[in-house]
Write a protein that binds this ligand. Structure first.
Ligand SMILES: NC(=O)c1ccc[n+]([C@@H]2O[C@H](COP(=O)([O-])OP(=O)(O)OC[C@H]3O[C@@H](n4cnc5c(N)ncnc54)[C@H](OP(=O)(O)O)[C@@H]3O)[C@@H](O)[C@H]2O)c1
Length: 211
């Protein structure tokens, strides 16, 4: 029997966003995760950990995301929003510094124990493209690329567009990723690619009696 998206029970997991103090996190990523919570599509055991250099803490990060949701989503149920924001955490650190990954690893292990996230990690690179490679290398050095090893669950990495600026740079980034992650762990995101085509599907569907 086929399972539809809405029937799927997502695994417990932590979502880690590098570049959590940036525009994309506030404008698109956290509002999108909020919509997942609203539609009961987040796992019961879930934590979002923002990483960036800015000297923020959990409370300040939550406040920033509260304001982002007010700005980009609009009015929402405040009790549900409080419950959502309580699942957000912040690790202050430079993504090029190994010490950041030691701090992140400790926080993730604490969240596994506290929230039951089960060692499953989804990493999202939302930083300027020139930092992607450094993040991937540091993750490998810190052992944050595990895939069902040492009693931990899966790890996946999402890389924002642009994926390189020409063929050679895209190829280099791909190689750096493959030194640390298996292809099945890598997700390359371009949320604008095909946007107009997707938006036109409804027009196409309604404008054609054949469909
Ligand atoms: N914004 C969008 O709507 C959008 C749309 C499509 C694609 N993108 C892509 O998504 C990624 C993030 O976009 P964004 O608009 O959020 O970018 P951003 O605001 O310029 O930067 C994101 C974060 O990266 C960190 N950062 C900046 N320079 C850094 C450096 N030299 N070393 C380490 N960390 C650094 C900053 O945090 P700290 O300074 O606190 O460390 C910042 O919060 C980019 O690759 C962009 O091309 C964005």
């Amino acid at each position: 029997m086929t399972t539809t998206v809405s029937e799927r029970v997502p695994d417990p997991c932590a979502l880690i966003i590098f570049g959590a103090s940036g525009d994309l996190t506030r404008r698109k990523l956290v509002p999108a995760i909020w919509h997942l919570q609203e539609q009961n599509r987040l796992p019961a055991a879930f934590a979002l950990v923002g990483v960036a250099r800015r000297d923020w803490d959990d409370d300040y990060f939550r406040q920033q995301m509260r304001e982002g949701i007010a700005e980009f989503v609009g009015e929402v149920d405040q009790r549900a929003l409080d419950a959502f924001l309580a699942r957000l955490h912040y690790v202050c650190g430079d993504p090029t510094d190994p010490a950041t990954y030691a701090a992140l690893k400790a926080r993730l292990e604490a969240l596994d124990a506290e929230c039951g996230t089960g060692g499953n990690r989804c990493y999202y690179c939302s930083v300027p493209p020139q930092i992607y490679r450094k993040i991937v290398e540091q993750m490998g050095a810190a052992g944050l690329n595990h895939q069902h090893q040492s009693g931990l669950g899966w790890s996946r990495i999402i890389v924002e567009k642009p994926f390189g600026h020409d063929y050679d740079s895209a190829h280099d980034l791909n190689q750096a990723l493959h030194c640390v992650f298996a292809e099945e762990q890598i997700y390359r995101i371009d949320h604008y690619l095909g946007k107009e085509t997707v938006q036109n599907i409804l027009v196409f569907r309604m404008g054609n009696s054949m469909f």
